[in-house]
Design a protein around this ligand. Structure first.
Ligand code: 5MM
Length: 343
């Protein structure tokens, strides 16, 4: 595969494909395993992720890249094959989460800033050696009374841009993820407030990216969609979500960015697919619009697997189905009928 940042970024948003976010940190994967009553041991985490990466049909047809956690990029499958090699053999690009998590922001009650810039150059060099060709850094921006603040928006955008510049220096495509969360502690905001905050976060981010000399052609954006907070009395419908999200992105994201790969953020599996498909129907658009889902791509596979070896085929079928539906959505060709027929 070409080592040019622009080519890697294009491969990550290849037609009809998207990214599997399998970069749950230790605390998050434990929560996911708790939900199916499975202990979060190193072997169980390996078995689960190996099941996904060996899902030949899903990986070959619908997955362009996989975001890994530090443990996973170093792990070997049960037969000794590095998990990174399984991903590459399926034609997908291995990637790595490099942020050190969103931590409480000093002087900003209720807000977070993502850490991880110290020593990042050296870590990126090591990850490149382990096979990573893209990375991910996630900022968390909550909405509540009086927040987010300018200080939080600015600090997170600055860190994202510094991270992105370091990635590119080391031959790695940065995914920049400024997530305006839909399921924070309050989460009572409507879709218009989500639009306003997302616009603020994205415009600030691209200003910082310009200042830090990030080459946008070799970067990918991973944003939230414009949705209502999960506790809002009135929930925006699918068409409204699609229209507002595309309008907001057109107002903020330069056309030189090759692709936008959404997070699912707590949406149901089918809602995340439907929203993506409706957005692609609003084309032509200046960038590819695809998925980089964690929960909305894995939930069905996780529960079908349930930690049992005899359920590996069922888990892979569930993953293949969800991946195929999202692959259709990435070209605006998903429909509820196709969802039913294929289930
Ligand atoms: C898979 O979850 C990722 C890691 O989260 P933690 O660092 O909190 O463990 C997360 O960054 C994920 O890549 C994005 O939020 C998208 O995942 P969803 O589930 O929102 O699609």
């Amino acid at each position: 595969m070409s080592e040019r940042l622009e080519d890697i970024a294009q491969a990550m948003v290849a037609e009809g494909k998207g990214i599997l976010a399998a970069d749950e940190s230790s605390g998050t994967i434990k929560k996911r395993f708790d939900s199916i009553g499975v202990e979060s041991t190193e072997d169980n985490r390996r078995d689960y992720r190996e099941m996904l990466f060996r899902s030949d049909e899903a990986m070959r047809d619908s997955i362009s890249g996989v975001i890994l956690f530090d443990e996973t990029i170093r792990q070997k499958a049960a037969d000794g094959t590095p998990l990174v090699d399984l991903i590459k053999a399926a034609g997908a690009v291995p990637g790595i989460k490099v942020d050190a998590g969103a931590k409480p922001m000093a002087g900003h009650p209720g807000e977070k800033v993502t850490e991880g810039l110290d020593g990042l150059r050296e870590r990126l060099q090591a990850y490149h050696g382990l096979g990573a060709r893209f990375a991910k850094w996630r900022a968390v921006i909550d909405i509540a009374d009086g927040i987010p603040s300018w200080g939080c928006i600015k600090a997170n955008a600055h860190a994202l841009a510094r991270y992105a510049a370091l990635c590119q220096e080391n031959g790695i495509v940065p995914i920049v993820e400024p997530e305006v969360v839909m399921d924070g502690p309050v989460a009572a905001h409507d879709a218009d407030r989500c639009y306003e905050v997302t616009e603020w976060a994205l415009k600030t981010l691209y200003w910082e990216m310009f200042e830090q000399r990030v080459v946008l052609e070799g970067s990918i954006l991973k944003p939230n969609m414009i949705v209502s907070g999960k506790n809002a009395a009135n929930q925006a419908g699918p068409e409204e979500v699609a229209e507002k999200t595309v309008r907001c992105l057109k107002a903020c994201v330069p056309a030189t960015v090759p692709g936008i790969a959404f997070l699912s953020g707590g949406q149901s599996d089918e809602a995340a697919t439907q929203h993506l498909s409706l957005m692609n129907e609003l084309g032509p658009l200046p960038w590819k619009l695809t998925f980089s889902y964690g929960r909305a791509l894995q939930a069905a596979a996780l529960s079908a697997w349930g930690g049992k070896r005899e359920n590996v085929a069922a888990g892979q079928r569930a993953f293949a189905h969800r991946a195929r539906m999202n692959g259709l959505a990435a070209t605006g060709q998903w429909s509820a009928e196709k969802e039913k027929q294929a289930a």
